[in-house]
Design a protein around this ligand. Sequence first.
Ligand code: COA
Length: 398
Amino acid sequence: MRYAHIVGWGCYLPEHVLTNDDLANIVETSHEWIYTRTGIRERRIAADKESTATLAFEAAARALAIANIPSPKVDLIIVATSTPEYIFPSTASQLQDYLGATRAGAFDLSAACSGFVYGLSMAANAIASGSIDVALVVGAETMSRVLDWQDRGTCILFGDGAGAVVLRGSDVPGGVLASTLRSDGSGSNLLSLPNLSRNPVPIYGTTYANGHHKQTVHMNGRQVFRFATKVISDSIEDVLEKANLSMDDVSLIIPHQANVRIVETAAKRLNVSVERFFLNVDRAGNTSAASIPIALCDAIQNGRLQRDDHIVFVGFGGGLTWASAVIKWDVTPPEVTALRRNLRRARYVFARARTRILRLGRQFVAWVGGSPTPEARLKDADKKTTLPKSKIDDDHES
Ligand code: COA
């Protein structure tokens, strides 16, 4: 029997801080309103040059450093995100490349704010089955790029950031003891982020779009609040039953960091003190799939986790989705020497250089063979699919 242990963790928050007072200059709101309704004081906003993949890299590199595992030893990379730069390639593939994790499979996971716990469960099961040994599970988001900054009901809630854990297989019992994943798609209209493909394109011979969907977060705050308070308690009870544990065995619950009032209400439902929940939503806002691993890092930093503690992660969000995992925290991070740290940095620089060389090599082969480069192919395809403007306009008017 193999057990999936968390052996490394890391998080990254962009430098730029957006306070509630800053927000009051953007929409009609106030620090008092936001803080009393949500518990949020400030959130971080990614710089122009940052992307979900670069945030993921910062968090993943820190997690691998703590685990003291070189990136080529990683078998699987899962990035939970609702804000990938591309539908494909996946953010996980970009991350795999940045890390030089040359032996890893990589894919993105879409389960909104529950995504990190979903990813953890998938990776832990893959390790327990013996099919892989080392997995990197990342939650990374640039929510600031998909918010309607005129909608005060949503733009005050979210922030950017990334968190990661490294899971490693071991014969020693412990690590991820149980997980439970759930979904209720009937509530998909309560919290959503439409994609480009929601908008039909005007190709000759097909119907035209009736209206365009704004590609920003839409939310029914009250309904989501009600859903969240219910599923937190149900999900925790479910996972503890699966692991044959009771609430008394749990030292700390790390919930998705959406809102302090949601957690307070859930704590009442569970009949436990809110002190048993770790909260850092005040400083990071709701970073969606990244919030649990970021909170884990803060909890470790604040000395809230002791060896052999049982901890519970609980996520909830769009889908609707919700998920919990119970973990035996039996981690002793290895000593990392300065030499190893520097070797790791050199590997990441090498990984970037390797990518450039591979791309140049492909261009060269294409040039020698006389076949067009991928960029030229795309331009050519564009020409072929573009209809004469007058034809589209004629059809549209008729
Ligand atoms: N600042 C000031 N006023 C605001 C505001 C803001 N940022 N956002 C909304 N309001 C106003 C509304 O316009 C409304 O005014 P009205 O009564 O004049 O119409 C009033 O405040 C109440 O709005 P309502 O949406 O009912 O507020 P609420 O008490 O439900 O609080 C949330 C709103 C979003 C804070 C709350 O519903 C919530 O936390 N929901 C959960 C959201 C969440 O966590 N989502 C992510 C889950 S992963």
